[in-house]
Design a protein around this ligand. Sequence first.
Ligand SMILES: *Cc1c(COP(=O)(O)O)cnc(C)c1O
Length: 212
Amino acid sequence: MKLREDIDTFLNTIPHDVTLICASKYIAKDEVEKLLEHHIFNLGENRVESFLEKYYFYQHKNIVWHFIGHLQRNKAKEVIDKIDYLHSLDSIKLAQMIDKQRTSPLKCFIEVSINEEENKNGVYLNELSKFIEEVLKLKNIKLVGFMMMAKANSSDEELKKQFSKLRIVQTEMEKKFNISLPYLSMGMSNDYKIAIECGATHIRLGKIMFQN
Ligand SMILES: *Cc1c(COP(=O)(O)O)cnc(C)c1O
């Protein structure tokens, strides 16, 4: 895959106050150069190996690295000190590991299992308060907001419900802990327009940015 030809026109359709993160899993490391030429500096990787490959290759470029996939603890060590944002904080053990390893706070989104689907990642809603309470004790975690993935094949109506639910959760948690958790990372190629309507501050786009 390569960057779509009309990328600049496409980028102009994204509201300026929304941060577009390019999910770069579809492209090889050489193609990343094209993203930079078009001033796309927020990159999201979901696998440790491909992240490291691109990270080392472009180490001296001003890329903002987002890790957007599930981060297994046995591989986490390699990425924790190299990324700018983690979108998938979903366990206390991972949080504690990050806290130990980092020398400065890592900006983290808590991944929320908004549909409480089994075998999916993310913190369940009934465990969220306790989770935040624990994470707030860790000095090297900077909570910035929440991340979610919508259920596959949802109708527009169902998407709206799921995205709006995350926004309600955000408001509740900000009130409860008297802190600011301003970011909502939600919306992918198929649903980002609805996510933006529902308050997304960060969208993670893959497929739609590329062509064969
Ligand atoms: C691949 C990926 C995306 C982007 O998905 P597209 O449907 O290709 O836009 C977003 N978030 C995560 C976690 C991903 O792995």
